[in-house]
Design a binder for this molecule. Structure first.
Ligand SMILES: [Zn+2]
Length: 191
């Protein structure tokens, strides 16, 4: 049941932000970028070469050499100017931070999670809803039927879970209707 209990936290993963890359591109086009995690100072370094709308990213890490071509993209800003992004080499999603494992990829592709207080409220609610469905042995579809108490679960606990579920589901729909802006994937260090 605890399939996901060892979810890795994004903050403890080696990472590079689009701001760091832009600094190098603007300074010289290619160069060294210090690499660390969000909670640890940078102890490693990557070599970055800029070429038109992509970079080549090279880095020696404990598990071997990482070499990756990463496409860059930009979107216009509300008040003029533009915002720069990476395109995740794995899913092509626009993102401001990429994580470095065996490959360089976005948070979703690496299956990384933010610490709870940093998780978008809607994502957190969804995760809790799915957890309850898993506990009572129901299918993962939110609108799907809920089970009677599974073997070994008291009726009281089951009722409490169903009550939680209904409350969270209500909250989830409200969050979905009025999604809040969430800034964690926004580029850091942009000027
Ligand atoms: Zn991705």
């Amino acid at each position: 049941m605890a399939r996901r209990s060892v979810k890795r936290l994004a903050d403890t993963f080696l990472q590079v932000s689009i701001g760091q890359i832009l600094d190098v591109i603007r300074a010289s086009g290619s160069g060294i970028v210090p690499i660390g995690t969000a909670v640890d100072e940078a102890r490693l370094a990557a070599w970055v070469e800029h070429d038109e709308n992509h970079i080549l990213f090279e880095m020696a890490v404990g598990w071997g050499n990482v070499e990756q071509r990463i496409e860059l993209s930009e979107t216009p800003c509300h008040f003029g100017g533009k915002r720069n992004w990476f395109l995740c080499p794995c899913c092509e999603r626009r993102c401001g931070v990429l994580y470095i494992g065996k490959h360089v990829a976005c948070r979703i592709c690496h299956d990384l999670m933010y610490e709870c207080q940093f998780e978008a409220p809607r994502d957190r609610t969804l995760r809790r809803l799915k957890k309850i469905r898993r506990l009572i042995g129901a299918g993962m579809e939110l609108g799907g039927p809920l089970n009677p108490p599974p073997k070994g679960m008291s009726l009281r606990r089951w009722r409490a879970l169903i009550e939680d579920y209904n409350r969270l589901r209500e909250a989830y729909y409200i969050e979905s209707r009025f999604p809040r802006k969430w800034k964690n994937d926004a580029p850091r260090g942009r000027r």
